[in-house]
Design a protein around this ligand. Structure first.
Ligand SMILES: [Zn+2]
Length: 160
């Protein structure tokens, strides 16, 4: 790594630490000629496809967005942050294995829902309702479970 100040090739790593999501390493380096200090970041080369949204627009895969969506669905439910991160890792892995340039947001939503269902059926239903833009989750659940809404099912202890 050449020094950005004097361009000499001899620089020394003086500190390394894992950064943010554990997939990036931050290194502090010092030039052995001019003592200039600088920081580099190293991360895995991740090649995720573009997401094709329902309206046809493309966007880059945003891990944070999926995490936010799941967290919202798991509100007050018993899914840990670790389980959520594992789920998203799993989704990322599956997407990478597909080796495609573009992927429909619907497919990703379905992957998340399938895995979420195994962890917590209620979180699954909530995620599905956000995902499919149901205005009223109670109506949605009533449609799935019969006439009664989610709240009533929770009150009666049929869903925990
Ligand atoms: Zn230098």
């Amino acid at each position: 790594m050449h020094c950005p100040s004097c361009d000499k090739p001899e620089t020394k790593v003086i500190d390394s630490r894992l950064f943010q999501d554990g997939k990036t390493i931050r290194r502090r380096r010092k030039c052995e000629h001019c003592e200039h200090r600088f920081t580099t970041y190293e991360s895995f080369e991740i090649q995720l496809p573009q997401i094709v949204k329902n309206d046809g627009r493309r966007e880059t895969f945003q891990r944070e967005k999926i995490i936010r969506g799941i967290k919202k669905s798991c509100h007050k439910k018993s899914i840990s942050m670790e389980q959520i991160l594992n789920l998203v890792d799993e989704v990322e892995k599956k997407i990478m294995e597909m080796q495609v340039k573009e992927i429909s947001a619907i497919i990703i939503g379905e992957m998340v829902m399938e895995m979420l269902y195994k962890l917590d059926p209620v979180a699954y239903i909530r995620f599905a309702s956000f995902y499919w833009n149901y205005d009223d989750i109670d109506d949605f659940v009533a449609g799935l479970l019969g006439k009664k809404g989610l709240k009533q099912h929770l009150d009666e202890g049929q869903i925990s």
